[in-house]
Ligand binder design. Structure first.
Ligand code: DAH
Length: 339
């Protein structure tokens, strides 16, 4: 009996249970009415009288140790269960990693915001367009190089359906569907069949502006553009308008801003000129107004168009255009605080 007690004792000291069910099975095995420890108590009756004292003590000790061990394991499981159930509802949640706005969206929104303050609203048009809205209505002669296969992505030929090469097509859409006064800003993606490099891509983004009303002059255009340049690049920014040519404006100009990197002193970025070109503009050609059904004797207007990538490069010094479409989060993450 002594041996049985010591072997059970060793066994019980080493019992392990992985869950409450296993533990209950162990309790039944040792301590229930038919359990092994309980069975020893029945055998106790047949122990000779002179050994009863010693055996009794050993037996009680075994029973106590078994009860303790089972209670100890039980407490452990209950503790774990309680910990699982205890949810601190007052704890602030882990911060969620939020994404960033794309730099081109940041700049596009900023342009829209600046012009919305002087009454421009947003107008959008389709990226897949017909020749008339992209070229003919805008006074492009039939043999103009922009219509060439090398520049324009054609979807179908005769009728010519193309991917728009500029957002000036939205001007056509607005002028044919609204009556003056018209004051719209048209942001959007445009496509050109160009080899992809650090400075050219087959798609990019433009923002077009159009203002048509009675008595609109070149002075109004210049004032609006000066306001834009200062809001976008800082109060100290100067502008310069150079004569240029676009089929849809007459007169036409290109606008430079004083180089915002060297402050106009001359640096590698502005090729030592102190100026950088940012947009094309002009007075809407009367022929364009007429082809869109607007009386050019009553109304006049100005238009301008700029590349969002170009403005973004100037603002954030992004040297390679391809980065805008690569979706590299290491690049995008750097614009977290920009909006
Ligand atoms: N559409 C021209 C381009 O893609 C940009 C432009 C120039 C738009 C002059 C205009 C404008 O509205 O008046 O290069």
């Amino acid at each position: 009996m002594k041996e049985k007690i010591s072997s059970l004792l060793a066994e019980i000291e080493n019992i392990k249970a992985e869950n409450a069910e296993q533990l209950e099975a162990l309790r039944i095995k040792y301590l229930s009415k038919k359990g092994e420890v309980t069975a020893l108590f029945s055998d106790f009756k047949s122990v000779p009288a002179e050994q009863k004292k010693e055996m009794g003590a050993l037996l009680n000790d075994l029973k106590n140790k078994a009860t303790e061990k089972i209670a100890e394991l039980k407490a452990k499981f209950e503790g774990e269960k309680q910990a699982e159930e205890k949810i601190d509802v007052t704890r602030t949640p882990d911060p969620i990693e939020i994404g960033t706005r794309h730099p081109l969206s940041i700049v596009k929104n900023k342009i829209a915001d600046i012009f919305s303050r002087i009454g421009f609203t947003i107008a959008e048009g389709p990226e897949i367009e017909d020749d008339w809205h992209v070229f003919s209505a805008l006074n492009f002669p039939p043999e103009h190089p922009a219509r060439d296969m090398q520049d324009t992505f054609f979807i179908t030929k005769s009728p010519d359906v193309v991917l728009r090469t500029h957002t000036s097509s939205v001007q056509t859409r607005v002028m044919t569907s609204q009556k003056p006064p018209i004051r719209v800003l048209c942001p959007g993606r445009v496509y050109r069949n160009e080899a992809i490099s650090y400075r050219a891509h087959c798609f990019f983004h433009q923002v077009e502006g159009l203002y048509i009303d009675k008595n609109i002059s070149f002075a109004d255009l210049k004032q609006a553009l000066l306001y834009f340049a200062k809001e976008m690049f800082g109060e100290e920014t100067a502008i310069r308008l150079r004569p240029s040519y676009f089929p849809f404006t007459e007169p036409s100009a290109e606008m430079d801003i004083s180089c915002n990197i060297c402050g106009g002193k001359g640096c590698a970025f502005c090729k030592n000129t102190g100026w950088v070109e940012i947009l094309g503009c002009g007075m809407v050609d009367p022929a364009v107004l007429e082809s869109c059904g607007i009386d050019s004797k009553v109304y006049s207007g100005y238009a301008f168009g700029m590349g969002v990538e170009r403005i973004t490069n100037l603002k954030y010094r992004v040297k390679d255009l391809r980065m805008f479409s690569e979706n590299d989060v290491r690049f995008l993450d750097q614009f977290k605080s920009a909006y």
